[in-house]
Structure formats: structure tokens, C-alpha cells
Design a protein around this ligand. Structure first.
Ligand SMILES: *Cc1c(COP(=O)(O)O)cnc(C)c1O
Length: 366
């Protein structure tokens, strides 16, 4: 079976060397040497400052939100945050979980990111933040979103889980927003098994978040504020250091896969529209079909041929009842129902891509 993605497994020998070091130092967590090393190396690699490693991408969102002081600012009044319905459930569920009502604004039909034109209509006196997603690694309209946030005095937290290494206008896309969060889950482009990071615009927000990820403890007998456990450990960091070492090879291989798909499919199918100034990371290959029926039928045909394509992101999140935000989002609903993500990972063979592209083309034409 060809899966939709495969976790990248780096050199076992190198990982063993890092593990030897962990055994020698007998230090497993709490801002260990490897976590510090990975923090530095990721800042250099991504071209960012104020990066904080955490346990996973969901806690990254949660900590970012709290560190920016946008949670529970008005006791007794439910806070709201404006976000996109076309994303992985965690973007909206972390808000709801923390007592913040996610309020959806519909996406752009071409880029599939939050459409800034829909944001102002849903801003209320309770709105505290905008949480857009650089979906599949595509850049949101960061300039317009930033202008709206400034006008209404709102914080912006980008869920940049898919945007590792993406550049926009020659600079890291992660520099936009008061904070941007990454997921280092095993299936993501860069991973630490489980893990995540926050990139803060301001150093004082980073310093506050550093306390928060370790229970608010700042000294042997000092608990300065409310916190939680969101620390990355040394085993996660060891995996990350190894994966980072091989990032260039991984990137080159994925780019080849992506371009082969594009060459075969861009005439027949609708692909995600990206801004000219985007330097893409080749994390995903989503395609949109003419109808839901066609997408579902194709997924079944691919499965019969030993290929797993996934309906990311389906369903559109306004239809998820437990989020309590049931206003219709027609564009997101439409795209979500007709989209499929095709398998993409660095070791996917060209023969496999051609086979998949062949089946997809036939289905799209038939
Ligand atoms: C993967 C993902 C997350 C959650 O990250 P975890 O590391 O799995 O907690 C959040 N948002 C988006 C858009 C994701 O794809």
C-alpha cells in the first residue's frame, strides 16, 4: 500500500550517537543540551528569532494564545477568535477547549486560506485574536490580515503547522503575526516524532511562554504564574537534530515528486493557487475535483490500486458540532468536499507517481 505520507526516518547511526550522549549526560528533559542545540539550529535554518520548542503543535497554539495574554482577559465574557474552517481540527478545537469560541470566516476559493475580506464582518466586542492557517504551506494574505488586526487591536497567531521552511518575499513566512506555530508531528515535513514550536515576534512574549511551558516555575521555590507542562524532551530533540541534518536531501526529493505530479496533473485539475513571491516547501499535493462524487470515487479506485489518498481537510469545520460554530461556510464546504491529498514523501518512486497520476487523470476525464 502506498500511504499518503511516510514519516522521514533519518540515519539510525547518527541517532544512536545522540542517544549515547543522552545516556552519558543522564539528562532527559527540562531544557537539556539537545533542546538548546535544536532551538539554535532551527532559528538559523528558518531565519527567525524567539523560537520556543514545545511538546506538540497543539500546545504550541495554546501556549502562544496564553503568552499573548489574549485568553480570559474579560472574566465572565466568553472570548472569541476568528479562524478558518478549512484546516485540521486542532486549530479550532484548542480554542474551544480553552474556553475561546472559534468564529469562522470563509476561505479564498483559490488559495484556500482565510479570506481577509470575510474577517471584519465577524469581528465582535469579544474578538481577541485572528488565527489564520497557512494551509498546506501556502501563504495567507499576511499584509491585509495584519492591517485588519492593527485597526481592531487584535492579536494574530498563525497556525503555520504546514509552513516549515516556507519563504515569502525572500523571508521566512513564520515572521508574520504576533506568533506563528509549528507542528513537528511524525507526519509533518520536519518532525521530532511528536513536537512543535512557537516563533514569537517579541522577546517578552517568548520569555513569558518559557515560564508557562514549565508550570510557571521560575526558581527552586518560586512559582511565578499559571503554567502547564509543554516542554520538549531530549529524545524528541535528538530525532529533530537528525532530521534537520538531512533536510536538504529530503527537500530536493520532495520537490521532484511535487513537480512530477504538477506536470502530469495541472492541465486537468485544480491546484492550490500560490502567490508569486512564495518559496514553497512541497509538503502536500492537494487536488480539487469537479464534484464530491468524483473525488470519493477516485479515492476508492486508488485504494483498489494500493494507493491511499486522503480527504484533507474534510469535513469543513463549521459542520463539527462540538465546536459550536454552525454558520455556513460555502467556499470551505465546497473545497473540503471535493479535495484529495495525493501521496507525497521523499522516497516515493517516479513510477508510483506516474501510476497515481495516470489513475487520477483518467478519473478526472471520465
Ligand atoms: C498537525 C497540525 C496541528 C496539530 O499539531 P500536533 O503536533 O499534532 O499537535 C495543528 N494544526 C494544523 C494545521 C496541523 O496540520
Amino acid at each position: 500500500m502506498i500511504p499518503v505520507t511516510k514519516p522521514y526516518l533519518p540515519s539510525r547511526e547518527k541517532l544512536n550517537r545522540y542517544l549515547d550522549g543522552i545516556y552519558e549526560r543522564q539528562w532527559l528533559t527540562n531544557n537539556g543540551q539537545l533542546v538548546q542545540e535544536l532551538t539554535q539550529r532551527l532559528e538559523d535554518y528558518l531565519g527567525v528569532e524567539n523560537l520556543l520548542l514545545v511538546t506538540n503543535g497543539t500546545l504550541a497554539l495554546q501556549i502562544a494564545y496564553r503568552a499573548l495574554r489574549v485568553c480570559g482577559a474579560t472574566p465572565g465574557v466568553q472570548a472569541e477568535a476568528i479562524t478558518t474552517p478549512f484546516t485540521f481540527i486542532a486549530t479550532a478545537s484548542f480554542l474551544k477547549w480553552d474556553g475561546v469560541q472559534p468564529v469562522f470566516a470563509d476561505i479564498d476559493p483559490d488559495t484556500w486560506c482565510l479570506n481577509p475580506a470575510n474577517i471584519e464582518a465577524v469581528i465582535s466586542p469579544h474578538t481577541q485574536a485572528i488565527v489564520p492557517v497557512h494551509v498546506f504551506g501556502n501563504a495567507c494574505d499576511v499584509e491585509t490580515i495584519s492591517a485588519i488586526a492593527e485597526k481592531h487591536n487584535l492579536k494574530v497567531i498563525y497556525d503555520a503547522s504546514h509552513a516549515f521552511g516556507v519563504k515569502y518575499k525572500g523571508e521566512s513566512l513564520l515572521k508574520h503575526g504576533d506568533a506563528a506555530t509549528l507542528s513537528f508531528h511524525a507526519t509533518k515535513l520536519f518532525h521530532t516524532g511528536e513536537g512543535g514550536a512557537i516563533i514569537f515576534k517579541r522577546r517578552d512574549d517568548l520569555e513569558r511562554a518559557k515560564k508557562m511551558i514549565n508550570f510557571g516555575i521560575t526558581g527552586p521555590e518560586i512559582i511565578e504564574e499559571l503554567g502547564i507542562n509543554a516542554k520538549m524532551n531530549e529524545l524528541q530533540a535528538a530525532m529533530g537534530l537528525c532530521v534537520l541534518d538531512e533536510m536538504e536531501e529530503n527537500h530536493t526529493a520532495r520537490a521532484a515528486v511535487w513537480h512530477r505530479y504538477e506536470q502530469a496533473l495541472s492541465q486537468t485539475l485544480r491546484l492550490q493557487a500560490k502567490p508569486q513571491a512564495l518559496d514553497y516547501n512541497y509538503a502536500y499535493f492537494p487536488v480539487v475535483f469537479e464534484s464530491e462524487e468524483q473525488a470519493v470515487r477516485l479515492a476508492a479506485t486508488l485504494k483498489e490500486n494500493g494507493v491511499l489518498a486522503r480527504r484533507y481537510f474534510y469535513p469543513s469545520l463549521e459542520s463539527v458540532e462540538c465546536l459550536g460554530a454552525e454558520v455556513d461556510q460555502p467556499v470551505s464546504k465546497e473545497i473540503a468536499s471535493r479535495i484529495l491529498c495525493l501521496p507525497i514523501y521523499s522516497s516515493l518512486s517516479l513510477e508510483s507517481i506516474d501510476k497515481i497520476a495516470g489513475i487520477v487523470t483518467e478519473a478526472a476525464n471520465g
